[in-house]
Design a binder for this molecule. Structure first.
Ligand code: SDX
Length: 426
């Protein structure tokens, strides 16, 4: 944090003093809200790499040091000691729950896991080979058509209940999308199971035999959900906030976040990483892949590498990399793609192109290998990311609803089109 309390911008004859806002942690921010009024100038920051869109107390990232805090708690401590439902409570409420608060929260989430029966026929409208992200986004957006009792955004209890419903139903909707495309009967959530076990049951239990739930698989999935739970103003969370800023209901706002997450530059990267590793196929092809990733004339990029904020190792990637070896070992899975991934990481981290640009493995680089070992279909990988990110999305939506600075998001532009001209057609 600097000693600056204002900066002065001189534009021709004009100069304007702009206040400097101080964070708890991280970069000071120049408040430019009066810049245009005082100078007529806009600022230009494509991708918002240097722009704070809001004030938030939920998550802090130090990209240079590879630090990630959820409500002040370091991600490695939460990964080692917490659970996904406890982290969900923390992100939503700002403090860790007492054991009584946690059991009440888990009980409430458990009793909101069923989806409206009509949603089963809604899913029937999709082709059998529909991508589950398309089905998830559509079914989440449709929730506002079923739950009219949580659409009054001025009522804090309705806002809270909508957040609970989204956390509760995301696994049910996700599993239903998978079961539909797999041609298997949709499974109802079992209230006697934990959050992750319930999801695994809905994903993999078939009428012809009992499902044996593996504690190793459940623990690994719970940890992956913790690691994906929030990440400051990433593209999908910023989308939830932008849509939420218009007064749109929480189901529509989160559905918009799901569609933003789908892109391969964002949450879609985990699915793209596995496909890329399979295309590389063998460690002997790694050098060629690295060369292609450096070639500006080739759109090929190393998926799972690089990050807008982290210019050091993504702390989540470190945890997932260690977890990959542990989980595959415990499950007795020997995946040749793991060796390809390790060779690719080793080659990239020794290559000047990646070193100069501070391109390190991110959260998506190893997660797909674990999902594969947990028998999650590749096209469900980004759906897994969406389940994990839901507490973050709803926490930011709730925070925005009570933010006195919150306004409708409406950026400006640099107009590069035609000057005004008359319509002269005969
Ligand atoms: C997530 O924001 C978040 O917090 C996201 C996330 C979350 O939890 O919400 O962390 C989850 O989305 C992780 C990122 C997943 N995406 C990928 O793994 C896709 C591959 N990565 C890249 O597309 C890229 O690194 C981004 C999109 C992640 C970041 O893009 P930026 O910040 O706009 O960086 P850039 O494109 O300006 O790259 C800077 C330079 C460029 O080269 P030069 O123009 O300087 O010569 O690095 C190069 C890029 O060409 N580069 C890569 C590269 N990533 C960046 N070159 C090869 N392979 C890559 N993966």
């Amino acid at each position: 944090m600097s000693e600056l309390d204002q900066v002065t911008l001189t534009a021709g004859e004009k100069s304007v003093a702009l206040p400097v806002l101080k964070p708890t942690l991280g970069n000071d921010c120049v408040d430019i809200s009066k810049l245009t009024k005082e100078t007529g100038l806009f600022t230009y920051d494509p991708g918002f790499g240097a722009t704070a869109s809001c004030k938030s107390a939920i998550t802090y990232i130090d990209g240079d040091k590879g630090v990630l805090l959820y409500r002040g708690y370091p991600i490695d401590q939460l990964a080692a000691k917490s659970s996904f439902t406890e982290v969900s409570y923390l992100l939503m409420n700002g403090e860790l729950p007492s054991s009584d608060e946690l059991s009440k929260f888990e009980h409430e989430v458990t009793h909101h896991t069923m989806m409206h029966e009509s949603l089963k026929s809604f899913l029937q409208g999709f082709r059998h080979d529909a991508h589950p992200m398309a089905m998830l986004a559509a079914s989440v957006a449709s929730l506002s058509a079923f739950y009219h009792d949580t659409l009054d955004l001025n009522d804090p209890e309705q806002r809270r209940l909508a957040a609970i419903r989204l956390i509760a139903k995301m696994p049910t909707l996700a599993a239903a999308a998978h079961r539909y495309t797999a041609g298997q009967p949709i499974r109802y959530p079992r209230n006697n199971l934990s959050y992750v076990e319930r999801f695994l049951h809905m994903m993999f239990e078939v009428p012809s035999e009992d499902l044996e739930l593996s504690p190793v698989v459940a623990k690994a999935m719970d940890l992956l959900f913790i690691l994906h739970a929030d990440h400051e103003q990433n593209a999908s969370t910023s989308t939830v906030r932008l849509v939420g800023s218009t007064g749109a209901n929480p189901y529509a706002s989160v559905a918009a976040g799901i569609t933003a997450l789908w892109g391969p530059a964002h949450g879609g990267a985990n699915e793209a990483v596995l496909k890329q590793l399979a295309e590389i196929g063998d460690a002997k092809n790694v050098a060629k892949a690295v060369e292609r990733a450096k070639d500006k004339n080739d759109p090929f990029r190393l998926m799972g590498f690089g990050h807008r904020v982290y210019k050091n190792f993504d702390p989540r990637a470190k945890i997932i990399r260690e977890m990959t070896h542990k989980v595959l070992g415990e499950l007795g899975v020997n995946d040749p793609l793991l060796e390809v991934a390790m060779k690719l990481e080793e080659a990239a981290l020794q290559d000047d192109y990646f070193v100069e640009r501070k391109l390190y493995p991110n959260v998506d680089f190893y997660s797909g290998i674990i999902y594969k070992a947990l028998k999650i279909p590749t096209e469900m990988f980004t759906v897994m990311f969406a389940i994990g990110r839901t507490p973050g999305w709803v926490a930011h939506w709730l925070e925005q609803q009570v933010d006195p600075d919150a306004r409708i998001g409406r950026p400006r532009q640099i107009y590069t089109g035609s000057p005004s001209r008359d319509y002269t057609k005969g």
